[in-house]
Write a protein that binds this ligand. Structure first.
Ligand code: FPP
Length: 255
């Protein structure tokens, strides 16, 4: 039974909507294997779940949704699977571009997309450019992304800037460091959802997730739907966030 209208109303009646939800979309392979299907079919069904969740995120006016689409470690999968995921990504971007435009979705990426095959990377860049002025949901695809590599690159660039006197070592604080990350300008995730029951961060947004609330569900990504997404948001809205401080008197619930 679908509860999403009810859940949506419940979410929108509260003021503490997350600003940024990040998702580790896990379980495509297991979803396929349990049906005796090739892993790539699991990824195809994963794309259907992506569509549903992007729509649902727009429905609750979520400002930013980051999807862990391809990690730098994912290159180590069999060649055929890597190329199937890449193909799916480009095909989907091309096919859904009009829908993104109609729904006022702005597409961005985090990660090293320059390393992707040029002809296909251009499809992504075109979609990013054409949706750049949209003002609704920002859909951020973490692509060829590694949290550690992102931090290492930031360190290398800071060291260079210190050597050139562009920044003083003693001035490097949270705010300065954040500017050297690929997510510069984006808020940290308020909520991380991981599907398929795994309880790992898997090199995702390591710096940015210092105070992120984590929601793990056993649902495999291709089965993850609007109701599951809304349930995660409702769970988040009921949490008390203290950011290392103690609870103040009065209600700090969800702050
Ligand atoms: C995790 O399942 C899934 C991935 C590594 C790929 C995710 C990519 C997509 C859903 C397609 C991208 C499309 C768009 C438009 C964003 P897994 O293969 O790790 O599953 P397993 O843990 O069960 O093996």
């Amino acid at each position: 039974m679908a509860f999403h209208e009810e859940y949506k109303a419940q979410i929108l009646s509260k003021s503490n909507l997350p600003e940024h939800v990040a998702i580790i979309m896990d379980g495509n392979g297991r979803w396929a294997r349990s049906r005796g299907l090739p892993r790539t079919v699991g990824h195809e069904h994963g794309v259907k779940a992506v569509k549903k969740i992007v729509q649902a995120a727009g429905d609750i006016n979520l400002p930013l949704l980051t999807l862990y689409t391809f990690s730098t470690e994912n290159w180590k999968r069999p060649k055929s699977e890597v190329s199937a995921i890449m193909k799916l990504l480009y095909k989907t971007t091309r096919r859904e571009l009009n829908e993104l435009l109609e729904n006022n979705v702005r597409l961005i990426t985090t990660g090293d997309i320059e390393a992707l095959a040029p002809s296909r990377r251009d499809i992504l860049k075109d979609a990013i450019a054409r949706t750049a002025n949209n003002t609704g949901l920002t859909l951020n695809l973490a692509l060829n992304y590694s949290g550690r590599l992102e931090i290492l690159r930031a360190v290398r660039n800071i060291v260079k800037d210190v050597a050139q006197n562009k920044v003083k070592a003693d001035d490097i604080d949270d705010a300065v460091f954040t500017r050297y990350l690929q997510t510069n300008g984006l808020p940290d995730p308020d909520l991380l959802i991981r599907t398929s029951g795994e309880r790992r961060i898997s090199n995702f947004l390591l710096w940015q997730m210092a105070y992120t609330e984590i929601f793990v569900t056993d649902v495999l990504w291709p089965d993850f739907d609007e109701d599951d997404f809304f349930r995660a948001i409702i769970d988040f809205q009921g949490r008390e966030r203290r950011f290392g401080k103690i609870k103040t008197t009065g209600s700090s619930k969800g702050s």
